[in-house]
Design a protein around this ligand. Sequence first.
Ligand SMILES: [Zn+2]
Ligand SMILES: [Zn+2]
Length: 413
Amino acid sequence: METPTCIAAAVEDGSLIIALSSENRDFLISPSGNKLSVKDLEGKTIGLYFAANWYSKCEFFNPILSKAYIQLKEQGSQFEIVFVSSDEDLSCFKDFHGKMPWPAIPFYDLQSKRGLTKKFDIEGIPSLVVFSPRGELMRTDGVELIERYGFHAYPFTSEKMAELEAEEKARHAVQTLEKLLVCNGRDFVVGHGQQVPVSDLIGKTVGLYFSAAWCSPCSKFTSRLVSIYDSLRTNNKEFEVVFVSLDRDQEGYLQCFSGMPWLALPHNNEKSKALTRYFDIRGIPSLIIVGPDGKTVTKDGRNLINLHLEMAFPFTEAQMSFLQGKMDEEAKAYPHNFHHVSHQHVLNIVSANSGGGPFICCECEEQGFGWAYQCLDCGYEVHLKCVQAVEKESEENKQEEIDGGDSFCVVGN
Ligand SMILES: [Zn+2]
Ligand SMILES: [Zn+2]
């Protein structure tokens, strides 16, 4: 496997241009089927776009990339994209390429397409690999950058990235709930059968819940969030949730929302997409927590709920360090090593400071942080609470297994 450094070296001295041609071909093909000279790309910033029509993520990303490309062309930017297709047959290729305003490696040139995929170590599509006007590899995360910044990502230099990040920071510093939720004169969110002014939510802790009917982990998390929501509201906590739908159609949106007791943004792709970009949402379900002052408290609401349930509220750093202290205190009651009934090796207790990190519990399959029982041999890891739950059932074996564990550890070391 080539490292990024090797790739950068491999495409120096204009060899990207060479890589785009072949022995018998010095042209690319336009969407209408015309030949374009590869030499015309010299001196431009180039994005190699690896995609295929059979993959929904590509279908989704294509219009976003087209929009950015056209905007850059209109500005006169020296930017070009070359489509490297993994379509299955010529008619699929023609169909898909027809929706793109940029040239492609001809469909029949399998060798060039395979060569580029291998050379740039493409593991997933869509992928946009960006090269400087000198042919140097600049970014392999072009898809994420375009999704996040649109055409503003151009020219993809590290200076540009620093500038965009600073702008983003400044925007977040003046964030308010109205700025997040109000759109084109619509100053309300919807409940079940009524409209609720956004101003009613000010001063509350608000969870923006990014979810969709087509996402099965979402429905699992939704039912958990419903019970937390009900419990917090019963205890008069100033908590509200607003569903931000990533459903592609109204039907999915309504289906999803019907199972939620909270509020929602209307089904409006533009605002939902804008929020998805603004919070840089990479996967759903995702729960962004906005505090009573309108600023983001955490983007990690989902994991905090999974870990602490309603105790996570109000999701602040103060609450997290309180819970951390509580967990540290509770952890003292657990033995250093443990022979958990579901695992053949002895497990060691770890904390965030001693080799523990975010993990997925092998017992309950939920996210965990910090304290855990870990197997150094095979990476098996469980929550402290999960190992205890199983262990209770085999109380009689406990002492024996711990003793066995101790001696195992000594021998092992
Ligand atoms: Zn667990
Ligand atoms: Zn093990």
